[in-house]
Design a protein around this ligand. Structure first.
Ligand code: HPA
Length: 268
């Protein structure tokens, strides 16, 4: 174990852990002991029009989860809503500004191979097929505090944080899958030909978020854990948003257990 990395990731008031809640993680927001709420309207670069009137989900929760300092983002925007990669990644820059050195990104995904819906998986690597990148313009590069945009993406997902997730699962006695996540623009689900292509590319999970956030997090030098909840078999004619949300709700407990287990282990 790289002791420097363990130390770097250790949560503290100065360096809380950022968590972006995706499908299946929503209820974690209720468990946060909140010491400060920050309206999304105060996040530099977050699109104001995406904030629902009276949407309490659109407050950043600064506080602790089971005693571990965290900054929780209960909502995000997507490229498929017409937002650009800079807007989509504004949460990541905000977390970094608040001192977060590590970030957990939760998301729903479709299974490209034979993975049962309801399975939770950690992301080992990504393929960005969205056609977008938050570093493809001077503003994004400056926002990441870089002089040049050529950020290495090999090993983008932290092997250390992934190991903590695996420890959590094996101690709790449930299975944790792992695999490659492909980010698509969406919002239409994939065709069967697209799924065949993704399978050929070595993809396990396909979704419509996460990849740009991970690029921004790596540009900022943050450690990234991607946790995905497989809600459906990708490329099926009967896929629907309702089904995704329903399965996400059912498997939410496993997803939450992973996040809480990783936090506990990071703090040890
Ligand atoms: N495809 C893309 N994104 C998704 C899917 C899917 O099948 N399921 C949940 N998010």
């Amino acid at each position: 174990m790289d002791e420097k990395l363990v130390e770097f990731c250790k949560p503290s008031m100065e360096h809380p852990v950022a968590i972006v809640l995706g499908s299946g993680l929503g209820a974690l927001a209720d468990r946060v002991r909140v010491v400060r709420r920050i309206p999304y309207a105060d996040i530099d670069g977050f699109p104001d029009e995406a904030i629902p009137v009276a949407g309490h989900r659109y407050e950043v929760l600064v506080g602790s989860l089971d005693g571990v300092p965290v900054v929780v983002y209960p909502g995000r925007v997507h490229l498929y809503q017409g937002y650009n990669a800079l807007q989509v990644t504004s949460l990541v820059r905000h977390a970094h500004k608040l001192g977060c050195r590590s970030i957990m990104l939760g998301c729903a995904s479709g299974a490209v191979r034979d993975v049962k819906p309801g399975t939770v998986g950690v992301i080992t690597d990504q393929i960005n097929l969205t056609g977008h990148n938050p570093l493809d313009n001077a503003e994004g590069v400056a926002a990441a505090g870089l002089d040049e945009p050529f950020v290495p993406m090999a090993g983008a997902y932290s092997a250390y944080l992934r190991d903590l997730a695996k420890d959590t699962a094996s101690e709790a006695g449930f299975e944790l899958a792992e695999g490659v996540y492909a980010g698509m623009l969406g919002p239409s689900y994939e065709t069967q030909a697209e799924i065949a292509m993704l399978a050929g590319f070595g993809v396990d999970y396909v979704g419509m978020s996460t990849v740009c956030e991970t690029i921004m997090a790596r540009a900022l030098g943050m450690e990234v854990l991607g946790v995905t909840l497989v809600t459906n078999q990708a490329g099926r004619p009967d896929n629907s948003h309702e089904m995704v949300l329903e399965v996400a709700e059912r498997a939410a407990e496993t997803m939450r257990a992973i996040v809480l287990g990783v936090l506990k282990r990071m703090a040890q």
